[in-house]
Design a protein around this ligand. Structure first.
Ligand SMILES: [Zn+2]
Length: 239
């Protein structure tokens, strides 16, 4: 019985080690997910900038066409005005010329503003791309580091599982099943009991139960928390 309890105790140590390794492995994923999320956001931003840019480029082409049209009209008016003898017609053409010149000034300003906006968007796109490149580099590095860590951890898991197999081979299968059932509720399914107290829940166990434990004839579970109790003093003396 002592030997069986000792095996269970050692099995629990191996299982605790394996749990820790698996937790570590699982902790890698959120970090990568965060980077991937950032990348998705940056890509989304890039798409918005690109469509904004495309729209502004269309506006710029339209404005340039209007400017060219106006310049043509103004040139025509200037040409016409030199050939007019009649006052009334002269003023009409002059009025149109002035109107078109004012319009041209306005459009030129608008165009300059638009060009400025386009440059700004292009700057944002470049900035965004730089950030995106940095994120991709970060992700590549992170993946490389994780791969190396995972490889090490997997080696540890394999050796842990080999150790586990060696322990379970010699274990009473009823004990093993009970251990595994309790372990679904408590990570420490096997606990020490000392001076009449279960160290899993820190509750005193009835003297009769504790005496049976000390006798070491059968597997004793704590009546309060149901964990398997081990008389560690006996186990230590045996070693
Ligand atoms: Zn207990």
């Amino acid at each position: 019985m002592e030997k069986q309890m000792q095996l269970l105790w050692e099995l629990q140590e191996i299982d605790a080690g394996l749990d820790e390794i698996r937790d570590t492995q699982e902790s890698f994923a959120p970090k990568l997910d965060n980077i991937k999320e950032d990348i998705a956001l940056l890509k989304g931003a890039d798409e918005e900038y690109q469509s904004e840019l495309a729209a502004k480029e269309v506006d710029r082409r339209d404005l340039r066409d209007k400017v060219e049209q106006l310049k043509g009209l103004i040139a025509q008016s200037k040409e016409k005005i030199t050939q007019i003898a009649n006052n009334k017609e002269y003023f009409a053409v002059l009025k149109e010329l002035e109107h078109n010149q004012k319009q041209l000034e306005k459009l030129d300003l608008e165009l300059a503003g638009l060009v400025e906006e386009i440059d700004l968007i292009k700057g944002q796109i470049a900035e965004n791309e730089k950030e995106l490149d940095a994120k991709f580099a970060e992700m590549a590095l992170e993946e490389k580091q994780i791969a190396a860590k995972v490889a090490t951890l997997e080696r540890k898991i394999k050796s842990g599982e080999r150790g586990r197999q060696a322990k379970t081979k010699d274990l009473d299968q009823t004990f093993l099943r009970r251990y595994q059932r309790i372990r679904k509720r408590f990570k420490n399914a096997v606990v020490a009991a000392e001076n009449g107290t279960c160290l899993g829940c820190n509750v005193n166990v009835p003297p009769q139960v504790y005496n049976d434990l000390l006798k070491g004839q059968e597997m004793m579970c704590c009546p309060n928390c149901q964990r398997i109790m081990v008389n560690r003093a006996a186990a230590a003396a045996e070693k």
